[in-house]
Design a protein around this ligand. Sequence first.
Ligand SMILES: [Zn+2]
Length: 113
Amino acid sequence: MHEYHKAVAWVEEACKQAEEKNAKKVTALNVTFGESSGYSPEVVKNYFDEAAVGTICEGAKFHVTVTRSMLKCPACGEVFEKKLLDYKCPNCGVEGNPTESGNEVTLDGIEVE
Ligand SMILES: [Zn+2]
């Protein structure tokens, strides 16, 4: 159900931003989903479409950016992409620590007309 709450929050946020711009309609939302966030962009979009009915966000598209999961090496500081079953630094072979990248679910901006 976390997708539902995110979708409702984005409808409210997009409507608020559109009103501040004196826009008549929200045509698209620019959103970012981390691949490890546990959120499904499709599911959020479905809930968004339902929650947006009757608002100026109705019919808005999602422009989705997906971020990869990145790890940071505690030994040399290298930031590298997490591969399946491979958490080791390409420089020194030390296991990397998780970073914020790959976990974000954010509304970056809206497009209006
Ligand atoms: Zn390293």
